[in-house]
Design a protein around this ligand. Structure first.
Ligand code: URA
Length: 244
């Protein structure tokens, strides 16, 4: 693969910036200063470093997407645009979203062709934290907060037919939004269908706007706008266990 593509995949900069960085001698291939941005490298065997940091290569692909509203978290859909349509230019086969956000929910979505990682992140046993920014219809009372934090009945049943309440959660109150609607951050450790909406319903409230801010160690990049995406950087790849 070309050196500049490799560096761009690591989110080092735009192709133009990368050309300049290489000219300035900031990139090394197997310990030798790289001179040309179109130089061919073997991403599996060459050691590439930038500003002295070795860049690891993963055969899999990992993208952070700021999922916009109106787009479905599926690989195909007869009616609506899918999150994969947004990444179509990447031409990467086998990408899937790690979990689903409702069509009217926005925020962090990881897309990858690493099936094992998806399995690890979504496994109910792993209890990966998810933080949501939730704008709601009315203020939560202290009693509601306690109920939501302790676990509420959202209508799910266990195999034996008994109530299957949500796991303990955490709520952080935030300032109201520009329309005066109360805002909370809700941290949950499960990923049940419409979970946040059903939890708020369980205490007689209603979700008016929902955005996922984080999933495990992965935090939505503030510089991304709805509909934008970028490859994960090395720190992020390490934090989710995709590279060592
Ligand atoms: N909970 C919901 O209700 N919807 C989402 O999209 C995500 C979590």
């Amino acid at each position: 693969m070309r050196l500049d593509k490799f560096l761009a995949d690591h989110n080092i900069g735009t192709r133009k910036e990368i050309k300049e960085y290489i000219k300035n001698g900031r990139c090394k291939i197997n310990g030798n200063v790289a001179v040309r941005s179109d130089e061919k490298i073997n991403e599996n065997s060459d050691e590439i470093s930038f500003d002295g940091n070795i860049l690891s290569y993963s055969k899999n692909h990992y993208y952070m997407l700021y999922k916009p509203q109106g787009v479905v978290s599926a690989t195909t859909d007869g009616k609506n645009m899918t999150v994969l349509d947004i990444l179509a230019d990447e031409n990467v086969k086998g990408l899937s979203p790690a979990g689903r956000l409702d069509i009217d929910t926005e925020g962090l979505l990881l897309l990858t062709d690493d099936g094992q990682l998806i399995h690890r992140l979504l496994s109910p046993k792993k209890h990966v934290d998810k933080t949501y920014e939730v704008h709601i219809k009315k203020k939560l009372s202290d009693i509601d907060i306690k109920k939501l934090e302790d676990g509420v009945d959202i209508g799910d049943k266990k195999d034996d037919g008994s109530v299957y309440p949500t796991l303990p959660a955490k709520i952080i109150k935030k300032d109201a939004d520009s329309e005066g609607r109360p805002v909370i951050h809700l941290i949950i450790h499960e990923g049940r269908f419409h979970q946040v909406k059903r939890m708020l319903e369980a205490v007689g409230n209603e979700v008016l706007f929902l955005k996922r801010l984080s999933m495990g160690a992965l935090i939505l990049d503030e510089n991304l706008k709805p509909g934008e995406y970028r490859p994960l950087n090395d720190d992020e790849l390490k934090s989710i266990g995709a590279i060592k």
